[in-house]
Design a protein around this ligand. Structure first.
Ligand code: DHB
Length: 367
């Protein structure tokens, strides 16, 4: 018999280095999706090629080039950080290869190529509900502390704009992305005595932040910890201990999300990866694979312009809740949940207690 035609997906992720947790989560979720759904779509064999960019944008770009030219991939996916998503965008445009961004979350990323589609989130999308919650819950003075690059600046601007618009007071601090030392910034926070500290650090870095938060005595200072959910991501939350209890965050995914789809997802993920718990990166990878599979079903296995067009407007029930791809922006429309860190069955979880339904990226919605 003739060998079945192959459709290749290049999955480019930081599998080593400081952002390896993002790579591990997304790879595990993508493989779980294929294990569950099989490797045949529209009569073609799906082949996943995983590459480690080590978190360096020049490497991401070189790997994307090699995958396009040598392996003839139909889709590239992954992209653990904003600079890693932006670097190959011109190649996506030039080669007409859809680029599925599963992690990176600066609002403007989807504008870098008409071939980019995103299954993660945007920081303004996750952050505006945090400003609303803070202003409705007696918080008047906030210090923001963000990693000094795309998503951190997005979070800072979205929070500051929305919170001062409701009469709140904000002071902004930025900490370097690479090898961050939070202590001088946390000393400033201790001196300013705000009602709340709003934090954005990328996934995987929250544990380092929390350690220094305790070392500075801020856990006993009465300063409330708030932010988008990256700082308490489900991969590392359990290791943080009691200091994380009570932190209020807003985000699109919690391992504690109460739905049959999520219960099945968390159980299958843990079974396939015994020492891991899925976080929001995992769900971005899982949904990214779903988007690729459903797009390929619609195009009968064809890539290129047909595939990106087929992805626009798709909707499904994700482990995170109902989602759709905005056909205008190629960003994901999704619920944002307000959550509080609590102990449940001996584990720390972000327990959802309020839902803001069908949130679009507010930056693009305002254009
Ligand atoms: C980005 C990376 C993260 O780990 C995260 O949690 C949010 C955004 C980014 O670089 O875009």
């Amino acid at each position: 018999a003739l060998a079945q035609e192959t459709v290749k997906i290049g999955l480019i992720l930081p599998m080593t280095g400081p952002f390896a947790s993002t790579g591990r989560q997304i790879e595990a979720a993508a493989k779980l999706y294929m294990q569950q759904k099989g490797d045949t779509v529209a009569g073609k064999t799906i082949q996943l090629i995983v590459k480690d960019d080590t978190g360096v944008a020049d490497v991401t770009k070189r790997l994307a080039q090699e995958l396009i030219v040598n392996d003839k991939i139909a889709v590239m996916a992954g992209f653990g950080l904003t600079p890693l998503a932006l670097a190959p965008a011109p190649l996506a445009t030039q080669a007409k290869v859809p680029q599925v961004v599963m992690a990176a979350a600066t609002a403007t990323i989807t504008e870098a190529s008409p071939f980019i589609v995103r299954t993660s989130f945007t920081l303004p999308q996750a952050t505006v509900p945090m400003a609303d919650w803070a202003s409705q819950n007696g918080i008047k003075k906030v210090v923001t502390l963000v990693s000094d690059y795309g998503p951190g600046i997005d979070a800072e601007k979205a929070f500051t704009g929305a919170f001062t618009g409701k009469g709140g007071q904000v002071e902004n601090l930025r900490v370097p992305l690479a090898n961050p030392d939070f202590s001088p910034f946390l000393q400033k926070v201790a001196d300013a005595k705000p009602d709340a500290l709003f934090v954005f650090v990328p996934s995987g870095i929250g544990a380092q932040f929390m350690k220094q938060f305790v070392e500075r005595g801020l856990d006993k200072s009465g300063v409330k910890l708030i932010g988008p959910g990256d700082v308490t991501d489900d991969d590392i939350l359990n290791g943080m201990g009691d200091v994380a209890l009570g932190a209020i965050t807003t985000q699109h995914y919690s391992a504690a999300h109460d739905s049959p789809e999520n219960k099945a997802f968390v159980e299958a993920f843990k079974k396939a990866n015994p020492n891991m718990r899925p976080n929001f990166m995992a769900v971005g990878g899982y949904d990214g694979m779903h988007l690729i599979y459903e797009g390929l079903k619609k195009t009968n296995g064809q890539g290129g312009q047909a595939l990106i067009d087929a992805m626009k407007g798709l909707s499904w029930t994700s482990p995170r809740g109902p989602v759709s791809i905005d056909p205008q922006t190629r960003d994901i429309v999704q619920n944002i949940y307000v959550r509080k860190v609590e102990r449940k069955d001996g584990e720390l979880y972000n327990v959802e207690f309020a839902t803001i339904p069908n949130v679009k990226d507010p930056v693009k919605a305002a254009k």
